[in-house]
Design a protein around this ligand. Structure first.
Ligand SMILES: Nc1nc(=O)c2c([nH]1)NC[C@@H]1CN(c3ccc(C(=O)N[C@@H](CCC(=O)O)C(=O)O)cc3)C=[N+]21
Length: 287
């Protein structure tokens, strides 16, 4: 049985460093504030929103929700983004993706002020990740993967990493961030031939395809580290990852490690998001 990498311990360490900074902001009369923009009622969005609201409440970060119906128009969503941009009491904005198909997602993402783009959805933040300039904010989920590896002392430099999935929300940015940390990165996707031949040879596998329990024992080998980014709901409505946890945890063996879903990377993603809000509030205070 592999070591289980729970998110809670990673988050607690992040919060510990964050709390004095939140106190300092509050002492200056600033309540660090996150705007959550949601279109529709996707279950993965609602799961994230619940975790954000709970964590923010516990730690003195304010949350303001902006909710639109699934059939909202692009103009209506743009009006919400404009209001968020214009409000000096809002420091960061988390807009859930994907957006419904009638929206031009790139245009909406690029409309958000880069200073408030705490989930790295805009082109300016993505450019920072690709060029490794440290500008803007990296997507929280991608950073959560690195925070988790670092917390559990799992080395990245020189290691073979396979990332499953090439989305702009996670696959591509996490690949670039791992590359910046000197990993040898392979991006595998729906058109990759013999995915398992790639994953079985890796030291670290990041699963980010959004396919419920799609990756079973045949994809993995003993001693690997598996980061399961998937937030899926099975037919029974239970939250599950991209990995078939029980089968894979036993293949990985005692030298292997795996993040569970729930109680894995989701909580780390949330605390990274809050850390970005605090940083955005600090920058706003200095201006
Ligand atoms: N721009 C954007 N960035 C995202 O990072 C993003 C997104 N859009 N759209 C939705 C998905 C989904 N997602 C989750 C993150 C944490 C939990 C999480 O913490 N879940 C708890 C369970 C909490 C519950 O369901 O009650 C856990 O895994 O333990 C869930 C879902 C981020 N996403």
């Amino acid at each position: 049985m592999a070591r289980i990498l729970y998110g809670k311990e990673v988050s607690s360490a992040l919060w510990e460093r964050l709390l004095p900074r939140i106190d300092r902001l509050r002492a200056h009369g600033v309540a660090p504030t996150l705007a959550i923009v949601r279109v529709g009622e996707r279950p993965d969005d609602l799961s994230y929103e619940r975790t954000c609201a709970r964590q923010a409440d516990l730690h003195g970060i304010a949350v303001r929700r902006f909710v639109l119906p699934t059939e909202a128009t692009q103009a209506e969503l743009e009006a919400v983004i404009d209001a968020v941009n214009a409000d000096p009491r809002i420091h960061g904005c988390l807009m859930f993706r994907p957006l419904p198909p009638q929206m031009d997602e790139r245009a909406v993402c690029d409309r958000l002020s880069p200073a408030k783009d705490i989930d790295g959805i805009g082109s300016a933040s993505l450019a920072g990740v690709f060029a490794d300039t440290g500008e803007g904010f990296p997507p929280a989920t991608a950073q959560a993967c690195l925070e988790t590896l670092d917390f559990y002392d799992i080395p990245v430099a020189g290691k073979r990493v396979v990332v499953l999935g090439r989305s702009l929300v996670i696959g591509r940015p996490v690949a670039m961030m791992l590359l910046a940390r000197h990993a040898t990165v392979t991006l595998a996707h729906s058109r990759t031939a013999d995915v398992a031949a790639h994953t079985r040879e890796a030291d670290i596998v990041v699963c980010a395809t959004g396919r419920a329990r799609a990756y079973g024992a045949e994809y993995f080998s003993p001693g690997q580290t598996v980061l399961d980014v998937g937030i899926n709901f099975d037919e029974a409505g239970n939250l599950c990852g991209d990995v078939d946890f029980n089968a894979v945890a036993s293949v990985l063996g005692e030298d292997g490690a795996i993040t569970p879903v729930p109680r894995g990377l989701g909580g780390v993603t949330t605390s990274v998001t809050m850390a970005h809000v605090v940083r955005a509030a600090e920058v706003a205070l200095r201006r």
